[in-house]
Design a binder for this molecule. Structure first.
Ligand code: ADP
Ligand code: MG
Length: 349
């Protein structure tokens, strides 16, 4: 985690110091906080900058209290604690986020699944010791995984988990959602230029202080401190998922924290990382996790079909060194991976 934070600082150093001077006395307001189990960096420009940063921080803390399954009084803990088959009435926000998670599960054939929590726990990702669960333990847990058995009732704004032992965990979508909502809070405070980074979910508001699109660097998953490319972005969120972020080693094998819900093992789809850009921040987060599980071919097929989801664009970094960027990101793209042997190709519809 510390690791990740210093990369962020490096990214900010490169891309912010050049801009700050242009605003003269209007140096940006900024805050580094730790929330939702990750480091966050909030930066807002202009006279309302401090109010914007304060509003973003408050919004992130509010959502952590609502959505974290390790907070005993959260909405998700109420759902998980209700017992099999018992519906729990949820606030509209939590309900809508679960519904979006469900849509992403459907669109990705179950690659994204918010009920993967019992298997995450078996690997020790939710506190406790990291461990490799024996195959028979995983086989016994897999029947508890299945987003279609998280039943949502829109009329009653209620949800229930069909089977005993099922658990929901929004770890793959909540940070992006929070980054997006924090972005709205920043805008409501009167800020027109800001960047919020919540554990790899980067939301940009407006253009950068120079009045041109924000330059957001995508990390090279294989070379810490280096970058694959720089994207030019305005009013959207980019979320990145990769096996290089959280992992442990056992008997010389590396195990990361993004699981294939079908096998219970870390996803091994031939991708090193996936970045998703969308105006829908929660969707960007969920899809970065999902596409990492799907692999390049299925991720691009989803991009081409749209999956009935809000529009999104992709940067796929494959293990063979090919970086595929979808055409919506072509404008202003700077590819930086050549020195490490990467090649860049554009995917078209
Ligand atoms: P991070 O949150 O570490 O930045 P991701 O956005 O990819 O990375 O989310 C990973 C988290 O999502 C895991 O920690 C876990 O809580 C959850 N998760 C893991 N595998 C899946 C999956 N296949 N579908 C949905 N959520 C998942
Ligand atoms: Mg995600």
């Amino acid at each position: 985690m510390k690791h990740r934070f210093s990369f962020l600082l490096a990214a900010f150093f490169v891309f912010f110091t050049g801009c700050a001077g242009l605003k003269g006395e209007d140096a940006p307001a900024s805050a580094q906080i730790f929330a939702m189990d990750t480091a966050a960096e909030l930066t807002a420009y202009g006279p309302e900058g401090q109010a914007g940063v304060d509003a973003a921080r408050a919004e992130i803390n509010r959502l952590e209290a609502l959505l974290s399954r390790t907070r005993p009084d959260s909405a998700i803990s109420a759902l998980n604690g209700a017992g099999a088959g018992n519906p729990v009435t949820l606030d509209g926000e939590t309900f809508a986020l679960l519904a979006l998670a469900q849509d992403v599960s459907e669109a990705t054939g179950g690659a994204f699944d918010v009920t993967v929590a019992p298997v995450m726990d078996a690997w020790g990702w939710t506190g406790g010791e990291r461990r490799v669960p024996p195959p028979e333990e995983l086989a016994a847990l897999l029947p508890l995984v299945g987003a279609q058995d998280l039943e949502l009732n829109p009329e009653a704004s209620s949800a229930r988990l069909a089977r005993a032992g099922m658990k929901a965990d929004l770890g793959g979508i909540a940070k992006g959602y929070a980054a997006g909502r924090a972005g709205e809070a920043v805008r409501a405070a009167g800020v027109t230029c800001a960047m919020l980074d919540l554990g790899g979910n980067i939301t940009v508001i407006g253009n950068n202080p120079e009045g041109i699109p924000w330059r957001v660097a995508v990390k090279d998953p294989a070379h810490p401190g280096d970058y694959l490319c720089v994207l030019s972005l305005t009013d959207c969120t980019v979320s990145t998922s990769g096996g290089y972020e959280r992992f442990f080693e056992a008997d010389g094998v590396t195990y990361h924290h993004i699981l294939d819900p079908k096998t219970g093992y870390p996803a091994a789809s031939g991708l090193r990382s996936v970045s998703v850009v969308s105006e829908n921040a929660a969707l960007a987060d969920a899809l970065s996790t999902a596409c990492f599980v799907l692999g390049a071919e299925d991720a691009l097929a989803l991009w081409r079909s749209g999956g009935g989801l809000d529009p999104f664009e992709l940067v796929l970094c494959r293990e063979d060194g090919v970086v595929t960027v979808t055409e919506g990101l072509e404008e202003g793209l700077r590819f930086l991976g050549g020195d490490h042997g990467y090649t860049c190709e554009t995917a078209r519809r």
